[in-house]
Design a protein around this ligand. Structure first.
Ligand code: 5GP
Ligand code: ZN
Length: 138
């Protein structure tokens, strides 16, 4: 399924040219136009889903193996020493393009810290209550 107004549908299906790293029947992997580091890639499913929660299972379960493959190729091909796999769902999580995509960001020795947060604190009781709320909604 495609969304005529979606830029990532157009890129994934080849209507808009992109620096393509990989393509198969279900996915296109392109370079991000605003890279966090050299080689920053986006895995785009060819079928439209707004985010991970909306994706079909077949698509979702292929994303991590593909991210691992792309990350390994970044290490072998670009000399990266590691990589981050980042996937944003919803505006509050930083999603700006509402077509499911996975960022694969190569990291280099001595490079800046990019994907980080300040650890908070929580009592064991609060952790248990929060875990129970999520569990109950599964
Ligand atoms: P999000 O914040 O939604 O997780 O990530 C969207 C990403 O898509 C951003 O990193 C942005 O630079 C990238 N992006 C947005 N539009 C385009 C485009 O037209 N071409 C490419 N190559 N990247 C794009
Ligand atoms: Zn789309």
């Amino acid at each position: 399924m495609r969304d005529e107004n979606c830029i990532f549908c157009k890129i994934a299906n080849g209507e808009i040219p992109s620096a393509t790293v990989y393509e198969d029947d279900g996915f296109r992997v392109i370079l991000d136009m605003g890279p966090a580091s050299k080689g920053h890639a986006l895995i785009l499913p060819k079928s439209h889903a707004a985010d991970l929660g909306a994706a079909d299972r077949e698509t979702a379960e292929k994303l991590f193996p593909l991210a691992a493959r792309i990350g390994s190729a970044m290490k072998a091909g670009l000399g990266a020493s590691g990589f981050n796999v980042v996937q944003n769902n919803g505006t509050s999580a930083g999603q700006t393009v509402f077509h499911l995509h996975v960022h694969v960001i190569p990291r280099y020795e001595g490079g800046p810290s990019m994907v980080a947060w300040t650890p908070g604190s929580a009592e064991p009781e609060e952790l248990a209550q929060t875990a129970a709320k999520i569990s109950a909604a599964l």
